[in-house]
Design a binder for this molecule. Structure first.
Ligand code: URP
Ligand code: ZN
Ligand code: ZN
Length: 460
């Protein structure tokens, strides 16, 4: 099967040029000017950018959390991702305390198998690491699960102590794995939460007030110090504030392999959202919380100067009705997380490229190339090159879209950006060489997504 994408402007992390892209089956075959090929199918990309499919390395589909389960499963979540131009996800399998990682991975394989509409892989969340578990980490890496997430927050649920973190970092360094760190000081935050509740402070805004930026900064610094001692790289997830960014920047200035992602919510939303009427602030209860607006400029500077390397979503949706409502009387019972897998590219293009904050190449690097490189998927994913997977986004820079729960495809009853007008959207999306989204219609198939085995961390 030959598909020719004609007349578009190919954009990668480094280049931008007019060219046709020939796809043979599921792989990019060749790129050239006015290719003369007898294709089975032609797509006219005139006026559009041809981008590598987005790679979102931080999603939580079908995840049990906070007394409920995230509302997108691998079918609805990957279809929503495709609508937004994301064609590869790395989700998180959770090893619950006392469980073997193998068993946890099988559970998550079962959740995605036959449902995912685009290609996907997994990180492993480690909550328990007896010495025997170190061999489990090696076995995960052999299976292509080459990154592990550890939590410095959520005591009694997901949090691990510093010794466990250090142990995991040492092992990761030996086996070429990357440790992803949720960096917040969970013990102090837990105390602040209990004190707030005891004082009758139960509204959603207290979620943010009990998780100060300084405690994200503290944990980020500690994570980096432990990684330095272990001689291992570390990747800070969902970095939300200047306090944490400073720690990453200082480490990078010293030449340490410290990396970090931020997410659109920290670039476009702020703690003002917690002032929404009634219980509406619960829609923005996520961890880390939204910060004061001034942090946004610092994060943009971090993206410009490569102190931050990736923009992921931390897509973890819970419906306002019945799920967020679990915390009506107690903010600590509001399930933490927000939707975003569908809106990442449009938001970052509109708010980053169109405003001149980042270049078009940097945009591609942040949403596709860097995440693919960081997590062992490059050059199969994250670029447009002969031999790469034919995951492409025909991106219309002039398309105007109003973000809304009425029109989005994520299975969640609100959109954090409700009513926001953005310019720039995916017009046609291809995964494995096949059109999966065309003019807002899903044309793919649930179950067509392949499980990806990722390479070890090779530096970045
Ligand atoms: O609020 C969030 N971020 N929920 C998802 C879990 C996590 O910590 O990434
Ligand atoms: Zn986290
Ligand atoms: Zn997350």
């Amino acid at each position: 099967m030959k598909t020719l994408v004609r007349n578009g402007t190919v954009v990668t992390a480094t280049d931008q040029y007019r060219a046709d892209v020939l796809i043979v089956d599921d792989v990019i075959d060749s790129i050239g000017r006015q290719l003369s090929v007898d294709a089975d199918h032609e797509i006219d990309a005139s006026g559009c950018y041809v981008l590598p499919g987005g790679v979102d390395v931080h999603t939580h589909m079908d995840m049990p959390f906070g007394g409920t389960v995230s509302s997108d499963d691998f079918e609805t979540g990957t279809i929503a991702a495709a609508h937004g131009g994301t064609t590869t996800l790395i989700d998180f399998a959770i090893q619950f305390k006392g469980q073997a990682m193998r068993q946890a991975l099988d559970t998550w394989y079962g959740k995605a198998d036959g449902k995912a509409a685009v290609d996907y892989g997994f990180h492993m969340i480690v909550t328990d690491l007896p010495d025997a578990g170190l061999e489990d980490m090696s076995s995960m890496v052999r299976d292509g699960v080459t990154s592990f997430k550890l939590f410095m927050a959520y005591p009694g649920v997901l949090m691990v102590d510093d010794a466990t973190i250090f142990k995991a970092l040492v092992q990761a360094g030996k086996i070429g794995a990357l440790i992803c760190m949720h960096a917040e000081n969970g013990s102090v935050i837990d105390l602040m939460v209990r004190r707030a509740l005891a004082e009758g402070k139960t509204a959603p805004k207290y979620h943010a007030l009990t998780r100060p930026a300084s405690m994200e900064g503290e944990a980020t610094g500690r994570a980096i110090a432990l990684a330095e001692l272990a001689g291992a790289p570390v990747y800070i997830v969902h970095l939300s504030c200047n306090d944490a960014l400073q720690k990453v920047r200082e480490a990078r200035d010293r030449g340490l392999p410290a990396y970090a992602e931020t997410c659109p919510q920290y670039l476009f939303l702020s703690d003002e959202n917690y002032q929404a009427e009634g219980f509406e602030g619960a829609k923005y209860v996520m961890t880390p919380p939204l910060r004061e607006k001034w942090h946004q400029d610092r994060l943009w500077a971090g993206l410009q100067k490569d102190h931050l390397q990736v923009v992921s979503t931390d897509h973890c949706p819970f419906c306002f009705k019945e799920q967020k409502e679990l915390g009506r009387e107690d903010f600590s019972k509001i399930p933490n997380g927000a939707p975003g897998v569908e809106t990442r590219l449009s938001l970052l293009y509109n708010g980053g490229v169109r405003t001149g904050r980042i270049s078009l190449n940097r945009f591609v690097q942040l949403v596709a190339t860097a995440p693919a490189k960081m997590f062992g998927l490059f050059p199969r994913k994250g670029t447009i090159a002969a031999g790469s997977d034919a995951d492409l986004v025909i991106f219309d820079p002039e398309a105007e879209v109003t973000l809304s729960a009425k029109t989005h495809h994520m299975r969640v009853d609100y959109n954090p950006y409700e009513g926001m007008r953005v310019k720039g959207a995916a017009r046609v999306v291809l995964s494995q060489g096949k059109v999966v989204v065309e003019n807002g219609q899903f044309r793919g198939r649930a179950g067509a997504g392949r499980l990806l085995k990722r390479s070890t961390f090779g530096g970045f």
